[in-house]
Design a protein around this ligand. Sequence first.
Ligand code: 9MR
Length: 585
Amino acid sequence: MNRKLISVGILAGGLAACGGPAPDVIRLNQLGYFPSQEKVAVADTVGVTEFVVLKAATGEEVLRGQTEPTAANPWRSQAGSTMDFSTLAEPGSYLLVAGGDTAAFDIKERPLQPVADAALKSFYYQRTGMPIEEKYAGQWNRPAAHPDTEVLVHPSAAGPRRKAGDVLSSAGGWYDAGDYNKYVVNSAYSIGLMQAVYRLFPDYFAKQNVNIPESGNRTPDLLDEIHYNLAWLLTMQDPADGGVYHKLTTPSFEAFVKPSECKQPRYVVQKSVTAALDFAAVMAQASVVFRPFAKDYPGFSAQALRAAERAYAWAGQHPEAYYDQAALNKDYDPDIATGEYGDKDASDELFWAASELYYATGKQAYLLQAVKSAPRKYTLPSWPQTSALGFFVWLLPDRQLKGDVENGLAASLRSYLLAYAANTVKGADKAAFHAPFGDEESDFFWGCLAEQCANQATTLVYAYLLDDKVNYLTNAYRDMDYLLGRNPLGYCFVTGLGQKSPLHPHHRLSASDGIDAPIPGFLVGGPNPGQEDKEYVKSYPSRLPDESYVDDPGSYASNEIAINWSAGLVAASSALDALSVQKEQ
Ligand code: 9MR
């Protein structure tokens, strides 16, 4: 044995040499690191002082270093340490050895490409009303289900032309999440976030191919996939008045059965102001984004814009039409017990809608409304808080702003976004898992991995594009490292990727298909100390904010998948992958 391998034997020895289980302490990005990116792993234990990196194929030592202590989290008394091997830039497969543990990692040109592709592909698997074919879906093929060609008008949605019990068609679109319903607020928000990132990197998306039925046409796969859901969204608008139904749903959630076995009737329910404004915003945005793709989608751009303006006008006449499920159930039957997507503040949806409509039409009324409803600070995008999507349209890098009003608004939005970015990266160098995400209790809630971690990464990409500070980009990668394995539980939180990922998501499609492996490409909700699903879960391993996660199909509060979370993953991973491709050119 050569000298280097002997010394590795000593480092790796530890408990394993005494016959006990090998320690599991190394946390790193399981998808790999870009050659020119910072490369850091965390030893999630005390007392690790040294680490070694070997070539995986030969065992040859290529780097040896000292660890650096990290700050402890407020809820954890002991601090771990970081291992920085950034100087290593040669693509290849390596082993990191420290604290008696060994972990494999790669350095490669596009480590995030599989993530970006799988995240986009996850939407195809969620398509309703069409067969999911083997040539696109492999073993996860399934027959068509939920045609939604005969949907009932719920009494809460009745109007002068459509009566309670009338039947309408509202086919297509994506299942929302682990359940089988279709919700306008979440659908529109999810598309809004992805279309925003599309606008930043159209050339990148033009080249992406994820093998969906439309892959051979002239439109980028991302937009083809999005169009499948936009076409459904259009059916959720009442042609009589332009209002938009809040959701298309069964009265209660289906059991964990195959989609083709579902028997409950499906309803469109009450029109809401948040659904109308999110619909208006996303349709206006789509009208611009789809303009160059009229060969594949003839007439769609103009149709989307008309629909957007009508929905916006309806919202103006019904500013108090919030969706309140408890109130609805007092007045109407049958009761509706599925996802509420309730939100009693529509000012952020109004800002987003007015901003998109102004960009699409140039009409002054929309500009005035955008100015009037403009927020005073930046908030990460999420389904109930869409103001960031309004920021993104004002801060488009190639947007030509005209006049004082436009310039003034864009300048203030820019300063709010950059203030958020500057604040959020503070202390990340020393954070327990070396990322801006994950050091505060408030980072952990239902859906936090997407709505807080991934969307923070996307926001930091915007900050980098606006301000050219590499530190913002570095911290966006760090959030991605967190999602993909550098976290206390050592999970790559995306199904089907990495060495340890969720196997039992709360996902009816995955749970009912008779296939062991979950459908790939989905980011789970993640650690959530709220544990709202406690009674349906065998047991949570921990109450700590960042460890309150269980890979159990019952855990809808920590282990569900959802289109808005997939959208967050598409946005962050595609943006970072696109930037790395640009760098190569
Ligand atoms: O993502 C939603 C989360 O912010 C809420 O706290 C939670 C409870 O209302 O609902 C989540 O959305 C769920 C929706 O209501 C129904 N489909 C599954 C969604 C993901 O859990």
